[in-house]
Ligand binder design. Structure first.
Ligand SMILES: NC(=O)c1ccc[n+]([C@@H]2O[C@H](COP(=O)([O-])OP(=O)(O)OC[C@H]3O[C@@H](n4cnc5c(N)ncnc54)[C@H](OP(=O)(O)O)[C@@H]3O)[C@@H](O)[C@H]2O)c1
Length: 258
């Protein structure tokens, strides 16, 4: 019988993992439905929330999922918490893909903060030229610091636009290369970059460019994520699934009450 794997996605890695595992299992990718025109995922997709951890647990049972893989973005803390809880409640095994964060290197000027609101505060009272490389859900808190000039780049347009007098908007999807990021920062005479610690190469260009230009990066720390078995790369996670086989993750039928 073909095993069923549910991948919680919304990241490039989730799509790559789905492609790799599709040859050996029946894979469904779940998206939150935030992005208006998500890229083609290559496997069957379901879209929208499950209705909390209970809703996700019910879905896992109903769809007879054998293995759940949390491959969501590191800042999507709610769905990761829900996934861990739903796995416990349903007895469906869980693995997580946890891309490591970036570490500061020589020449980096990072100011570390815990929340997006703290990042807005950290910009200080004097007007500055700020690049917000954040999602449209995350930029709203910068309305609390309307004195700055903002250059805002997100995958989907920020609508409604921010209630601040001086903001420019760019819609773009990575990867972003360092030379292009450097040119962008110079063109807009940016003084401060606000970023998530996403990790990976696709969005590191702005961090490297900020370092080269001697700019401050206000880095929003990662949220706490549940402690579940995990791997750092698509290859490593696929290897775990291969090495043990999906059967390894499936508890005996008696224990699951089927
Ligand atoms: N590619 C990127 O750079 C990037 C950046 C940020 C976020 N994302 C992705 O965007 C999605 C939403 O992020 P968020 O910040 O809103 O997450 P969140 O705060 O952790 O999740 C909020 C709610 O959205 C629903 N949800 C989130 N991810 C889902 C998924 N993969 N499938 C089905 N429902 C999902 C869940 O609703 P219910 O409680 O109703 O189930 C969850 O409780 C995540 O999947 C994340 O991986 C991608």
């Amino acid at each position: 019988m073909t095993h069923r794997i549910l991948i919680l996605g919304g990241t490039t890695e989730a799509r790559q993992l789905a492609g790799k595992l599709a040859a050996r299992a029946s894979v469904t990718l779940s998206l939150a439905g935030r992005t208006e025109s998500p890229v083609e995922q290559g496997v069957p997709v379901r879209t929208g929330g499950f209705g909390g951890a209970d809703g996700l647990a019910a879905y896992l049972r109903e769809m007879r999922v054998d293995l759940m893989i949390d491959a969501t973005h590191p800042y999507a803390a709610q769905i990761s918490a829900n996934a861990a809880q739903a796995a416990r409640a349903s007895g469906v095994p869980i693995l997580a893909l946890r891309r490591p964060g970036w570490e500061p290197v020589e020449g980096d000027r990072w100011t570390l903060v815990d929340t997006f609101g703290d990042a807005a505060q950290a910009l200080g009272p004097a007007p500055r030229r700020v690049f917000l490389a954040l999602g449209r859900q995350e930029v709203a808190v910068f309305e609390a610091a309307p004195q700055h000039h903002y250059l805002i780049r997100s995958v989907d347009p920020v609508e409604p636009t921010l209630a601040v007098p001086d903001a420019e908007y760019l819609s773009a999807r990575g990867p972003f290369r360092e030379p292009d990021e450097r040119a962008l920062l110079e063109k807009h005479r940016i003084e401060v970059v606000v970023s998530k610690n996403s990790g990976g190469a696709a969005t590191y260009g702005k961090i490297a460019a900020a370092r080269a230009l001697g700019l401050v990066v206000v880095m929003v720390r990662r949220p706490d994520l549940p402690d579940v078995p995990s791997a750092e790369t698509v290859e490593a996670l696929a290897a775990i699934v291969d090495q043990f086989g999906v059967d390894h993750f499936v508890e005996p039928a008696a224990e699951r009450g089927v």
